[in-house]
Design a binder for this molecule. Structure first.
Ligand code: ZN
Length: 110
């Protein structure tokens, strides 16, 4: 049985990952004060922003290119002798010593 993979061990590749940017704005319920005032004049923590003065307006998702990395292991699942149903690569980055398992869609040739 011969299975052909996109990359091989010791191939150098670029990894890509998705980052999230949170967009915050002033809390409209408390007017950005973090507290609300009751009829008796006492103040309580705002139930909308929990005293942080801000609320989450939305998120932006961006794809970013990581540092080049090297493939150490190939992980595949196959349904028969020719068709690979799942292909992933274990790479060791300087940040995570135990390695990161990347699906094939997140790697590009170096
Ligand atoms: Zn608030």
């Amino acid at each position: 049985m011969i299975l052909t993979t996109e990359f091989d061990c010791n191939d150098k590749v670029w990894s890509i990952y998705q980052s999230i940017k949170h967009n915050w704005g002033p809390c409209t319920f408390c007017g950005g004060e973090g507290k609300v005032t009751g009829k008796n004049g006492s103040k309580l923590i705002c139930p909308s922003c929990y005293g942080t003065n801000r609320i989450l307006l939305g998120n932006e998702y961006h794809w970013k290119v990581g540092d080049p990395t090297t493939i150490q292991e190939i992980h595949i699942k196959y349904s028969n002798e020719r068709d690979i149903s799942e292909e992933a690569y274990l790479c060791f980055d300087s940040i995570v010593s135990s390695g990161v398992l990347y699906p094939i869609d997140m790697l590009w040739p170096y």
